[in-house]
Design a protein around this ligand. Sequence first.
Ligand code: NI
Length: 260
Amino acid sequence: MNETYLIDTHSHINMIEEISIDEILKNAEESNVRQIIVPSAYPSDIDVVYNLAQQHKNIFCYLGVHPTEVKDWDDSLIEKIKDYAKSQKVVGIGEIGLDYYWDKSFNDLQKEIFIKQIKLANELNLPINIHDREAHKETFDILKQHNKGSKVIMHCFSGSSEFAKECIKEGWYVALGGVVTFKNAKKMKEVAEEIPLEYLLLETDAPYLTPVPFRGKENQPAYVKFVAVEIANLRKISVEEIMHTTTENAKFLFPALKNF
Ligand code: NI
């Protein structure tokens, strides 16, 4: 086992306010977090995260519009994303999906834009980084029906271990973050214990969902190590094995990571 470093596969480092990008990268390096993938959420993020990825060797990005922001979608974004995706630093389409937690008044628009972005990922042959909040069944059904060949990552997985198994049956990946360290997160600990390691990815979703012992502070990529340690403890295996396997999984899903 020689590849014992970590990859934070979903981290909004552009939204971290307490520390600078240089500090974020320095802290990550000190915690052996060598690569970070930054998703866009708002249309206005697309330039921001693309530029971050261009400027820093260890930063990559997913491009797309988050379900809560689809009212700001514009079809011209499709051409823009296609153009940016010529760069190896663009490793997926995300974060995209459905969010029925905050506001149910535009579910149909969420679905329409979700499907458009799935088609874009298929055309570009890029993986899809999925946001699914309180919309498990519809997210699942839309992906089954519309996704033609893109690899799927269920970011910040929040379903049951049964739902995780259904996703894995489809060949989709499950990404876990800080929630798994929360004392009362029984369901997530169960998912972490039971899912096959070859379908597991690690992430922070920084600046949100900060793991124990830093809850209450802003999250950052360096803290993905606490997620790895918690999952290793739950599964009674070494943290090196979790690091190695999840890093190999990420490199398989996002082959460009191997080139930097
Ligand atoms: Ni996110």
